[in-house]
Design a protein around this ligand. Structure first.
Ligand code: S3P
Length: 437
């Protein structure tokens, strides 16, 4: 539990946010497959990524931390397959779904994937179905964890996913990486392509593009080339600071080295729609991922926005914080085509609708999204308690609401932010957040 008071200062200065969680998971997974030694620079230290690291550690991969964020990964001895494993994926859907794909295709690897309460409620059919079509042996609890996997030789597949999900796509690609033949995934809207970019960077046999059936990624058995990997800043973490700077009067902040991969940077399109003052500086490419410094300024007239269709996977994790932005916009914002939000760490549609209504912002729930009547002047300051449902992105979104609340904002289980962002509050303090003093 934590109680926050109104922040009385503008947010100003420069920060570097932690590295990208999605890319860190992939760096840990691919480096474990290299049978070599490489360095990963700027690794994310959130609990989710540590879960992935710990799983490979139990399998025999060696890790040496050179500093807090720099790590040598030595996978030269391969995996120890002498025993059956139980792997704890914690709160992490990415760990579970990607590793279900990888482990299903490793002959002789017997393991069970388990996790916390929130993970136990999340759907796994989306990966079990395609992996089973490839021949995988996975037992589940009615398509939920625990997943009991007996690794075996799999067959390649061509699979069109019903949902645009990078976890599904990556799970299939990881299984396909170890089969004889071509595995091809299709999706209607392009989901984040970090697996594809990293596979390309490590010289895998991978092709991507668009055909009549949708966006495709095509993989064949490949010898990955050992190369050091540098991880870029996480735009999903930057999003909280970007929105905070846009709504807290007189703020101006620079966020350094943020990944701006187009499959992740839908928030920038929304900032454009909302006429928020921002610019991208120092653009460059790091380990095949585009990055920039993002400068954001307070904007007094925020316009409402619409999120639908192709943009949804490009900002799926930012919808909670963008709905906070919508509360401060002048008019009705609409979010649709986003029903998978109900399957995240919590039901983010229901929980954001409840939270915004409780905060005095009229918000209407729909099956696949919600509508928010933004009204900066109408927001009534009041003592309020938010339930996080152990969902880190909800906890951080509620914190942003607290910045302008004259009264007390209580956030239950606020420390669930450690899943993705242990440094969250410290970085706000670096920007002048006054903790309500
Ligand atoms: C992720 C993909 C997205 C995202 C999640 C991380 C990934 O999930 O919401 O936080 O790293 O592949 P889906 O694939 O379920 O959309």
């Amino acid at each position: 539990m934590a109680i926050f008071k109104k922040n009385n200062n503008p947010l100003t200065g420069e920060i570097t946010i932690p590295s990208d969680k999605s890319i860190t998971h992939r760096a840990l997974i691919f480096s474990a497959l290299l049978k070599d030694k490489i360095k990963i620079k700027n690794i994310s230290l959130g609990q989710d990524c540590l879960n992935t690291l710990n799983i490979f550690k139990s399998l025999g991969v060696k890790y040496e931390f050179l500093s807090k964020k720099e790590i040598i990964v030595d996978s030269s001895k391969g995996f120890n397959l002498d025993k059956d494993y139980t792997f704890d994926c914690g709160n992490s859907g990415t760990t579970t779904r990607l590793l279900a794909g990888l482990f299903s295709g490793i002959e002789g690897l017997n393991c069970t994937l388990i996790g916390d309460n929130s993970l136990s409620k999340r759907p796994m059919k989306r990966v079990i179905e395609p992996l089973s079509l490839m021949g995988a042996d996975i037992k589940s609890n009615d398509f939920k964890i625990p997943l009991e996997i007996k690794g075996k030789k799999l067959n390649p597949i061509t699979y069109k996913s019903k949902i645009a999900s990078a976890q599904v796509k990556s799970s299939i690609l990881l299984a396909g990486l170890n089969t004889n033949g071509v595995t091809k995934t299709f999706e209607n809207h392009l989901s984040r392509n970090h697996s594809e970019l990293m596979l390309e960077y490590l010289k895998a046999n991978i092709k991507t593009g668009k055909e009549d059936e949708g966006y495709f990624a095509k993989i064949e058995k490949s010898n990955l080339k050992a190369k050091d990997i540098e991880i870029v800043g996480d735009i999903s973490s930057a999003a909280f600071f970007m929105v905070a700077a846009a709504i807290v009067p007189n703020s101006k902040i620079l966020i350094k080295n943020v990944g701006i991969n187009p499959t992740r940077s839908g928030i920038l399109d929304i900032f454009k729609q909302s006429c928020i003052k921002y610019s991208l500086l120092n653009k460059k490419t790091v380990s095949n991922e585009p990055i920039a410094d993002i400068l954001v300024e307070y904007t007094s007239n925020i316009k409402p926005f619409i999120i639908q269709g192709d943009i949804v996977p490009r900002l799926i994790d930012e919808i909670p914080i963008l709905s906070v932005l919508a509360a401060y916009a002048d008019g009705k914002s609409i979010i649709k085509d986003a029903s998978d939000l109900r399957n995240k760490e919590s039901d983010r549609i229901k929980n954001m609708v409840d939270a915004l209504n409780a905060f005095g912002i009229k918000t209407i729930e729909k099956d696949d999204g919600f509508e928010i009547e933004g009204n900066k002047k109408g927001i009534i300051s009041k003592d309020i308690t938010f339930e996080t449902h152990l969902d880190h992105r909800l906890a951080m979104s509620y914190f942003i609401l607290s910045l302008l609340n004259e009264k007390n904002t209580e956030i239950l289980n606020f420390d669930c932010t450690n899943t993705s962002f242990p440094e969250f509050l410290d970085l706000f303090k670096d920007l002048g957040y006054d903790c309500g003093k």
